[in-house]
Design a protein around this ligand. Structure first.
Ligand SMILES: NC(=O)c1ccc[n+]([C@@H]2O[C@H](COP(=O)([O-])OP(=O)(O)OC[C@H]3O[C@@H](n4cnc5c(N)ncnc54)[C@H](OP(=O)(O)O)[C@@H]3O)[C@@H](O)[C@H]2O)c1
Length: 340
């Protein structure tokens, strides 16, 4: 696909080469339309001694992803906003990001990234490497929700839910991890959900996908630790983003009909509560930014971003899960392989 002119990184006056070296070269990297050289300079937000991070986030057209890439770039990081279909459905969002980058002279670039396509993920990571020479933080944010009674969804619809929320993160991470391992540093940050810990009705597919994402996160956490690479997850409660607008309902009207009363009442109750207490999505992007900026080795495996009334309950499940992992792995004789 031919990219619009504004999608190609602009010459920039910002960041500074804190790693100061030659970009890594790695035989496996793919072709990319992005070419730029590393530049040096100063940035108004990062202070002396702060570390400038090269970050790639998926799903940056709206919601948490959009807030995250803007916040990271404004803080002086070198940020690659992954958007799918930037020549079409996300043309406006991509142009807006490019305009923000130009107006504020921040290092925020748009890269094409459809997480359902491994080649797209490979190209996006290659674009980051070509431009920056490294990649420090991968924010696996792209996601969707397929709300409704589980029975109403076909297996194909369930696969689509998992294809974005689970395999999407797998694809992007698979593209980035050879670089992170070679660097001996970096972090995968998954945008998960409290529903991976507490499953309520009518969000079964979504909860299952986020539970799967949490499982991947934990496995990566243990497996990547010996390489100096971290994997963490943000368990976010419901917040006001475009996720509802982009929700995909079951196509099977007859099966949906059987659940109409319960589902209708559920949606009404949920909407009423969310209207009473709308949750600012910025707290989630703030948490992601804090994880990106945390010193290596000090990032918690799980960060819960939820109202105080829910937070302690979710944290207690997380604490119990960590204790259970320690106990079970000790019993299996593999405790030494856990990074807990
Ligand atoms: N909002 C909440 O209440 C909540 C709570 C917990 C966790 N989360 C999670 O937070 C993450 C971000 O969601 P959000 O709430 O910010 O919703 P959102 O505003 O709808 O953002 C979702 C983003 O994912 C992108 N996306 C969807 N499919 C994609 C694909 N195949 N390839 C690349 N990008 C794709 C969307 O791009 P398009 O614009 O092209 O569709 C959009 O940029 C998701 O993983 C979601 O599950 C949300």
């Amino acid at each position: 696909m031919r990219l619009p002119a504004w999608a190609v990184p602009m010459p920039r006056r910002a960041p500074f080469a804190i790693w100061g070296g030659t970009p890594l070269s790695f035989a496996n990297r793919g072709a990319t339309p992005y070419r730029t050289s590393m530049e040096t300079g100063t940035h108004p937000t990062l202070e002396r001694g702060d570390i400038m991070t090269v970050a790639l986030a998926s799903g940056a057209s709206t919601g948490f992803g959009r807030l995250t890439v803007e916040a990271l770039a404004r803080r002086g990081h070198q940020v690659f906003a992954g958007l799918r279909d930037i020549g079409g459905r996300n043309e406006k969002a991509a142009a807006e990001l490019a305009a923000i980058a130009a107006a504020e002279a921040i290092d925020l670039r748009v890269v094409e990234l459809d997480v359902t396509d491994q080649a797209s993920a490979d190209r996006a990571v290659a674009a980051v490497i070509d431009a920056a020479g490294r990649i420090d933080a991968v924010v696996n944010n792209a996601g969707m929700i397929f709300p409704g009674p589980v029975e109403a969804f076909t297996a194909e619809e369930a696969q689509r839910q998992f294809d974005v929320n689970v395999f999407g993160a797998l694809r992007v991470s698979r593209a980035a991890l050879p670089w992170l391992r070679r660097q001996g540093s970096g972090v995968l940050i998954q945008v998960g959900s409290t529903s991976s810990r507490v499953t309520i009705p009518y969000s079964g597919l979504y909860a299952a996908s986020k539970a799967a994402l949490a499982g991947l996160t934990e496995a990566w956490h243990h497996e990547l630790a010996p390489f100096g690479v971290e994997s963490v997850i943000v368990d976010a409660a419901p917040h006001s983003t475009n996720i509802g607008v982009n929700a995909v309902m079951p196509a099977d009207a007859a099966r949906m009909g059987a659940y109409a009363e319960g589902f209708g009442g559920f949606v009404a109750a949920l909407s009423e509560r969310q209207t009473q207490a709308p949750a600012d999505p910025r707290v989630v992007s703030d948490a992601i930014v804090a994880l990106v900026e945390s010193p290596a080795g000090e990032r918690p495996l799980r960060t819960v971003v939820a109202p105080a009334s829910q937070r302690d309950a979710i944290r207690s499940v997380n604490t119990a899960a960590t204790e259970a992992a320690r106990a079970v792995s000790a019993d299996m004789g593999v405790a030494a392989f856990l990074a807990l």
